[in-house]
Ligand binder design. Structure first.
Ligand SMILES: [Fe+2]
Length: 244
């Protein structure tokens, strides 16, 4: 365990040092970057209001029949395995719209400044999360760091409202700085967990090298569009398809 952490710390530092070039004095020219750099997360309320592509995705979601969603949800109770609280519904959306949304200038400009290198869209998907019966939190519902890439931001466009009961994303501020050295207890003593409750159409994002989790759902359901940005050389295996 100790050696694995050392390897991760080393790799993180080396890649940051050799691959990343940016001028932090211009961070504030980029909407997302200052918060990402300092706290590890950023949230924009009502992102959809001035983003037509986000609006179109929300319209697509609103046109999905409620029967389809509840049918999908019902299959969760019989689903076994690690992610039995989640179903992907990406297939119901227009693939080229999702690609166009993910490839917008606003994301590329901000993440190029944050990473200090050219960002790449690594993964696009839409999740439907439901409560599971009488189970402890598990997998992505426990605090963890992602090891997808040294250069990593995961963005989430909320397609439903998200309150305390239907699984807000939780992030430990500043834990993305110099990751892999300290465990979650170190940060729990120092910082308050951020609960990313949100309204439909809000956008939030985090550098998930920092500690994060999805709070286990107690009631209702949650739908999120996820777009992951990384370098062109991630540690994690590439997904079979970018839109999945
Ligand atoms: Fe994660």
């Amino acid at each position: 365990m100790f050696n694995i952490s050392l390897k991760k710390i080393f790799k993180y530092k080396i890649r940051r040092f050799t691959e990343s070039k940016y001028d932090s004095s211009i961070d504030s020219n980029f909407e997302f970057v200052k918060d990402l750099r300092e706290k590890g997360f950023y949230k924009r309320k009502s992102f959809y209001k001035d983003n037509v592509l986000a609006q179109n995705i929300i319209n697509d979601y609103d046109n999905i029949s409620k029967d389809f969603l509840s049918e999908k949800a019902n299959t969760l109770f019989t689903k076994e395995g690690r992610y039995n609280y989640r179903i992907y519904i990406t297939e119901k959306f227009n693939k080229s719209l999702l690609l166009e949304y993910a490839n917008q200038k606003i994301f590329f400009e901000n993440f190029e400044q944050y990473f200090g290198l050219k960002p790449h869209v690594r993964f696009i998907s839409i999740w439907l999360d439901y409560p599971t019966k009488n189970e402890e939190e598990k997998n992505s519902q426990l605090f963890h760091r992602d090891y997808d890439d040294v250069f990593l931001v995961k963005t989430f466009l909320c397609l439903t409202n998200i309150n305390e009961n239907n699984g807000p994303f939780q992030f430990m501020p500043t834990s993305h700085i110099d990751p892999w050295k300290k465990n979650i207890n170190f940060y729990l003593k120092k910082n308050k967990i951020v609960n990313m409750t949100a309204n439909k159409g809000d956008l939030y994002m985090a550098d998930t090298n920092g500690f994060h989790k999805g709070k286990k759902l107690l009631s209702g359901f949650r739908v999120l569009l996820n777009v992951h940005y990384a370098s062109d050389n991630p540690m994690a295996e590439p997904p079979i398809q970018i839109v999945n």
